[in-house]
Design a protein around this ligand. Structure first.
Ligand SMILES: C[S@@+](CC[C@H](N)C(=O)[O-])C[C@H]1O[C@@H](n2cnc3c(N)ncnc32)[C@H](O)[C@@H]1O
Length: 461
């Protein structure tokens, strides 16, 4: 347990009980982004919706809430305890001079009662409020538009089948700000202008931008841009965005539509129009048709973050352009493909190229955030790709099926990239271990086939 240091005040963070693994890296990254350090009093209870954080200032708490999609609200914590008595004695110890500015007679107020994992009756809520009459409130109650809102919170644990009679923990504090959970709905893929089969879910796209510590005026790049779902989240946080994709139709918004009741993509179905839909067109740099296995950037070009969802070959092809020799053959044959020839781009090569690219083209302190597909029975931490210039920051699992998952990997550039050959022997040995990723597609489909066969067998019984 970390103890708060001088100058730090205690805040209560109320988190959404979803995407649990993604919350800690998100909150840590955002606190760092706001110039603070993550100090949590209950590191062992990180699966709880309540975290007590020590922060330097209310401004830092507000900065955190301007970005988080994992947390719902933050409160200045005035007291807490494992029973009503403990809560009351903790409140009585909270310095009056810290409460007084918010309890003055010229301010109106309201107290809200919230129980997690239990529904309280109106009567029970009123009892909680009445029990706080020892607090020196001087202002009038205003339920509609109060100057200050105070919350009485109770934690009944996370097991809906085992709700205790009494709460495990009680908290009281002054509400400061809400997080950005509304973005999940307002940026929903369901209402997005241009989408594809693999458009990234809005909540995860914002989490990725937060893990990437994206900030205003950054330049963010997605080498496998698809319909630009990840660019949108970064642009919302004020970054300039650009990307590449090997698929000409995707980049130009042509071809078959991904929506159910639409056959072909309409005019202006493209990434720029997506950004325009959200009023973010000024953040659009460009997207290019290009093969990520062959970097097109001049040396010295730097990105602040690389945020991407590489192809796994499940719902999209993993392709790359062929060699000069193969292309020459194609030209002889007179093929009119936009991609002259494509050979299979193995996951091991995608990962190898992506890390190498990030090591070379990120600024120091810049982050690479990407999804890594994993066949669960064979997962060990050793299979996480490494690079001498990149430090692993977080690794969060999202389960896809009983046997597969994808891990959101965040790495930070900590060392300047020097001559490529210098890393060759280290990378070559790692590359061999990446090869285990190559069979992900076969394993994924073998699992799916087995599951379908089992379901069919069960149905026949
Ligand atoms: C998982 S999708 C990305 C989806 C994207 N995040 C979105 O929100 O729409 C992967 C993309 O990588 C592209 N791709 C496949 N091989 C590539 C390559 N060698 N270079 C660049 N893009 C490639 C595919 O065309 C596909 O659009």
């Amino acid at each position: 347990m970390a103890l708060p240091c001088a100058g730090l005040a205690r805040y209560l963070l109320l988190l959404a009980q979803e995407n649990l693994e993604f919350r800690l890296p998100e909150i840590k990254s955002l606190i760092f982004l706001n110039g603070g350090q993550f100090i949590c009093q209950q590191e062992s209870k990180l699966n709880s919706p309540f975290w007590i954080l020590s922060l330097l200032s209310e401004e830092m708490a507000r900065g955190l809430m301007k970005r988080t999609v994992c947390a719902k609200s933050i409160f200045e914590l005035w007291g807490n305890g494992r029973s009503v008595e403990e809560l009351h004695s903790s409140l009585k110890k909270y310095p009056v001079e810290k409460m007084e500015p918010y309890l003055r007679s010229n301010f109106t107020y309201k107290i809200k009662v919230h129980a997690f994992n239990k529904t309280l009756t109106q009567q029970e809520k009123l009892e909680r409020i009445d029990s706080l009459e020892f607090l020196p409130f001087k202002g009038k109650v205003n339920l509609k538009k109060p100057d200050h809102i105070f919350w009485f919170l109770e934690d009944y644990g996370t097991d809906p089948n085992n709700i205790p009679e009494q709460p495990f923990h009680l908290y009281f504090g002054r509400w400061i700000a809400n997080g950005q959970r509304d973005l999940i709905e307002s940026y929903s893929v369901k209402r997005r202008h241009f989408i594809g089969n693999t458009s990234m879910d809005a909540c995860l796209a914002f989490i990725m931008a937060n893990h990437g510590k994206v900030k205003t005026n950054d330049v963010v790049f997605d080498p496998f841009v698809g319909t630009g779902g990840l660019l949108i989240a970064s642009a919302h946080f004020g970054a300039y965005v650009c990307g590449t994709d090997i698929d000409y139709s995707t980049v130009h918004g042509l071809g078959k539509a991904s929506r159910k009741n639409q056959k072909w993509r309409g005019p202006d179905e493209n990434i720029r129009a997506n950004l325009r839909q959200y009023g973010l067109e000024n953040c659009y740099l460009d997207v290019l048709v290009s093969d990520a296995s062959k970097p097109i950037w001049r040396k010295g070009m730097k990105f602040d973050a690389i945020i991407t969802d590489p192809p796994y070959g499940i719902r999209e092809a993993t392709r790359r352009t062929g060699s000069q020799k193969e292309m020459a053959k194609e030209t002889e044959r007179g093929t009119e493909n936009h991609i002259s020839i494509s050979s299979n781009y193995h996951l091991s090569d995608i990962l190898f190229d992506l890390l190498k690219f990030a090591a070379e083209y990120l600024v120091i302190g810049g982050r690479l955030v990407y999804w890594l597909p994993v066949y669960k029975p064979e997962y060990t931490e050793e299979i996480i790709p490494q690079h001498p210039c990149l430090k692993l920051i977080s690794n969060c699992e999202q389960t896809l099926s009983s046997h597969t998952s994808r891990h959101l990997i965040t790495m930070e550039k900590v060392k300047e990239f020097e001559d490529e050959d210098q890393y060759f022997h280290i990378l070559e040995s790692q590359y061999l271990s990446y090869k285990s990723h190559n069979s992900f597609r076969e394993k994924y489909f073998s699992g799916v086939t087995k599951r379908i066969a089992k379901e069919e067998k069960d149905n026949q019984k």
